[in-house]
Structure formats: C-alpha cells, structure tokens
Design a protein around this ligand. Structure first.
Ligand code: FAD
Length: 282
C-alpha cells in the first residue's frame, strides 16, 4: 500500500501570497512529499511565476519541483525555450498539458504548433529524449470538452503512447470513477501509474465554482452537507477532512500508486489529511 504523495502549488498572485509561501513550503515539505508541482497559467505574468515558484521550492525545501507546462496558444520555439530553461535549472519532471482554451478570441494554433497535450508530450520526447519524466492529466469523470467517454480515453492513450511516464487525475469525490478508469487502462494495456488528484474541502463557494469549471462531480449528499456547513468554517473543514480522508483510504486500498494533493497554497488542509491518513512525517 502506498505512502507516497506529491503536492501541487500555484504561483502566488499577490505580494502577501509570495511572502507567506516559504513558511507554507517548509511545513508541507516536512511531511516528506515525493515532489511539488507548480501550475502554469495561460496569461503572461503567471508563466514567470511558475519559474520563480519552482526556484522558491528548490531553495526553501530541497524537494524535487516539477513545472506544469501548457501548450495551447504557445509556439514550438517558446516551448523549446522553456524546456531549455527548466533543464538548465535542474528540472527532471514536467506535467505536460494542453491548457484551458482562453475564454475570448481564441484563434487556432498555426500549422505545426500545438493543439493537444499528446503533441506536447511528443515534442518533449523528440527534443529531450528521456531527460524529463512526463506526467499528463487524466479525467476519470471525463474532460468537460470531450466528445465521448471512448474518444476521451483514446486521446488519453495517445498521450501515453507519445511518451508520458505517468498521469495525475482531475479531482473527484467518487472513488468508483477512478477504479473504472483504471479498469479501462488495464483493458487497453496501459500500465503507467495514474495518480488520483485530491482536492481538500476548505471553502464551499470556491469548491463549487472549481467543480463546475473542471467537470468534477460533487455528489448530491456531499453538496447538501457542504451547503449546510458553508458558513461554519471549522465544521466544514472537519467534515471535509473526514470525507476526503475516507476517499483517500479507499483509493489507497484499491491500489492507487500515490496521491497528488491540490494544496491551494495552504499548509493546514493538506496537513490535516496527511495526519488523518498517517501519511508522511507530520
Ligand atoms: P488534452 O489531453 O489535449 O485533452 C483536451 C481535450 O481535447 C479533451 O476533451 C480530449 O478529449 C480532447 N482531445 C485530446 N486529443 C484530441 C485530438 N487529437 N483530437 C480531438 N480532440 C482531442 N491548466 C492550466 O492552464 N495550467 C495548469 O498548470 C494545469 N494543471 C493541471 C494539472 C492537472 C493534474 C489536471 C488534471 C489539469 C490541469 N490543468 C491545468 C487543466 C488542463 O489544462 C485542462 O483540463 C485542459 O482543458 C485540458 O488539458 P489536457 O492536457 O488534459 O488536454
């Protein structure tokens, strides 16, 4: 049974967030994560933020740090530049994604540029061989823009065939969605580790908004409880820790190779889960 886990951060968006990060990182790093990953935004400033946050992780914790890299709306030369910069900085692992389509005025990529994540994975492999360990996204509850379950799974298989070493899932609250996805992997001969993404329940409004955007289902019973506890922060967090810890226990017992926590740049929600699960040295 796994006791491995990784932690996801986003580049802080305010000077206060930047100032608080080192202390948060130190607390999180003390639990012994396998690596931290740092998201990459579609807009310009957050992209520099990814690199800066990555360097902060390395400097403050010494734990491996993996940048997310999105390809939509970018160019082969820009991606090549970023890969060279990451390699130079000692990065050995990348989370390779298409990225979300901009809400306004999206013009399709120029010929030869990137349309989907499998093309980015192939490009990283062509240009850097096996230097980077490549993680891709997986959607046990279906990507919101997918044309069908079968097509979405076939495209996931394309990313693995293009050279991905592992996958991290979108978060979900129903363990059966993950187990069904894993059965489909087994039937398709896909053997790379697929690590469940775990979202702590911290803030009701934020969770409901995120979930609507990314296609994560909040089961009716859970949504009702969250709604009722929305104004009682402490009660919501206690309840949320129990629910998410039970989900993690099921996933671990069912063979999940590791867990990937969306930390929301906060130490306490993830630390509470680690404590409830007896994970790490906290
Ligand atoms: P893809 O695998 O390319 O799939 C995108 C959609 O296109 C799917 O509907 C798929 O079915 C379809 N598709 C795939 N290939 C083809 C094809 N050849 N022809 C037709 N249709 C196809 N977003 C960010 O902006 N920054 C981040 O840092 C970030 N980190 C993430 C981390 C994780 C673990 C996860 C799960 C998601 C993350 N996202 C991030 C969100 C992600 O960028 C979006 O979900 C995006 O819409 C899809 O990215 P993807 O890499 O899964 O795309």
């Amino acid at each position: 049974m796994t006791s491995k886990f990784s932690l996801e951060l986003f580049p802080p968006r305010t000077p206060e967030g930047t100032a608080k990060l080192p202390a948060i990182l130190k607390r999180l790093a003390a639990t012994g994560p396998e690596f931290f990953s740092v998201t990459y935004g579609a807009g310009g400033s957050e992209q520099n933020g990814t690199y800066d946050t990555l360097m902060t992780v390395v400097r403050e914790t010494g734990v491996e740090a993996a940048p997310h890299l999105t390809c939509i709306g970018s160019t082969r030369s820009r991606i090549a530049e970023l890969l060279a910069q990451y390699r130079e900085a000692g990065v050995k692992r990348i989370v390779a994604l298409r990225g979300d389509l901009p809400a306004t005025a999206y013009s399709p990529a120029a010929p030869g540029e990137f349309h989907f994540a499998n093309e980015l994975v192939a490009f990283i492999r062509e240009s850097h061989g096996a230097h980077f360990r490549i993680e891709v996204a997986a959607y046990p509850e279906l990507h919101p823009q997918a044309s069908s379950v079968a097509a979405d799974f076939a495209y996931f298989a394309d990313k693995v065939r293009a050279g991905a070493h592992a996958a991290i899932t979108q978060y979900f609250f129903n363990a059966d969605a993950y187990f069904d996805f894993m059965e489909r992997c087994t039937r398709a001969g896909i053997t790379v580790p697929v690590v469940p993404g775990i979202m702590p329940i911290v803030n009701a409004a934020q969770l409901i908004r995120f979930s609507a955007g990314c296609g994560a289902e909040i089961p009716r019973w859970l949504r009702l409880r969250i709604d009722e506890l929305a104004d009682d922060k402490a009660a919501l967090q206690d309840f949320g820790t129990d629910v998410v810890a039970r989900l993690c226990e099921k996933l671990i017992a069912g063979g999940a190779p590791s867990l990937h926590f969306y930390t929301l740049n906060q130490a306490e929600p993830t630390l509470r889960l680690c404590r409830a699960l007896g994970l790490g040295s906290n």
